[in-house]
Design a protein around this ligand. Structure first.
Ligand code: IPD
Ligand code: CA
Length: 297
């Protein structure tokens, strides 16, 4: 495709659109693409288009989920699960995004990728250990960062029939209805989800668990960091904390939870997009106390 035309952030074949001096036009259009500031309409277009893609990917994943015997479960490491669905869903989303938004970049849990001013961050199946064992608490997660700011978050939990969607400044929804955090203020009534992985020494996790119990919180772990954030967003829990989590686990959930009114640490600070960071997401009134308890600021 020698010449390109940039419309709403979508690059279209140039020659078919314009019959004039192709060289001059192509230089002009290239400059427009390079210096282009994304308009609200272009962001909306991305949200609507990717919402449809995630719903389609959800149906694909649900199909795999229904055939547990052919999931091809392998281990990437201790307690680090992989199924054939992870690769298939990520490949599907990458292929569609490349056609729809060829100038955006993609980072995925399975295939890696590069950050940019317009980057999609994909977790094809979050909660893979649940998925591989027939537990319905898993999801597909895709977040969009515009100029390094978490801007769009879409999470589908097809086995639960739930779709979370949020766009920065526009609120968050679950199956089309607005959601908000619980508003919990009292640590002695707080319901906290504590994420765990083998990436962090067990003593550090256990110390937080102990401090939570000492403060009077009820604690659980459900195996999907992404849904952990979504559950803070809709008030099913009051907080989610984890000492290390990767960008694909939280890129979408951060937008969803913050649009629902949660207080969240600056996860993308430093090299968070590449190496991950700690996360603490909770009701605003619990934030100060939980920062102390979790040691996450
Ligand atoms: C994991 C889950 C888990 C969280 C881990 C993640 P995966 O992702 O989100 O709940 O505690 O940090 O790595 O392996 O299910 O995609
Ligand atoms: Ca994950």
């Amino acid at each position: 495709m020698p010449f390109q035309f940039c419309l709403n952030g979508i690059v279209l074949p140039f020659r078919e659109r314009l019959g004039l001096n192709v060289t001059i036009r192509s230089v002009l259009m290239q400059q427009i693409c390079e210096t282009h500031t994304m308009t609200p309409a272009e962001l909306e277009l991305r949200r609507y288009a990717v919402q449809g893609l995630v719903a389609e990917a959800g149906r694909m994943a649900l199909d795999y989920f229904g055939k547990q015997e052919s999931l091809g479960v392998t281990m990437k490491g201790a307690q680090d699960w992989l199924t054939v669905a992870d690769g298939a869903v990520e490949d599907f989303l990458r292929a569609r995004l490349a056609v729809l938004f060829p100038t955006d970049t993609v980072i995925g849990e399975e295939g890696g990728g590069a950050a940019s001013d317009a980057v999609w961050i994909i977790d094809p199946i979050d909660g893979t250990s649940n998925f591989a064992r027939g537990d319905r608490n898993w999801c597909i997660s895709i977040g969009f960062l515009r100029n390094h700011v978490p801007t769009i978050g879409i999470v589908a939990a097809p086995a639960l029939d739930e779709l979370y969607v949020a766009q920065r400044g526009q609120g968050a929804t679950l199956n089309g209805r607005g959601i908000a955090v619980s508003g919990a203020e009292d640590i002695k009534r707080a319901y906290v989800e504590l994420g765990w992985s083998t990436r962090i020494p067990s003593e550090r996790y256990l110390a937080i668990l102990e401090r939570c119990h000492a403060a009077g919180c009820s604690v659980k772990r459900s195996g999907s960091g992404t849904l952990g954030l979504c559950h803070v967003a809709n008030g099913r829990t009051d907080a989610y904390a984890e000492l290390h989590i990767n960008a694909w686990d939280v890129a979408a959930g951060i937008v969803i939870a913050s649009e629902a009114g949660a207080s969240i640490n600056d996860f993308f600070a430093g090299d968070g997009i590449k190496k991950g960071n700690p996360i603490l997401c909770c009701t605003p009134a619990l934030a100060a106390r939980l920062r102390e308890i979790a040691g996450i600021s």
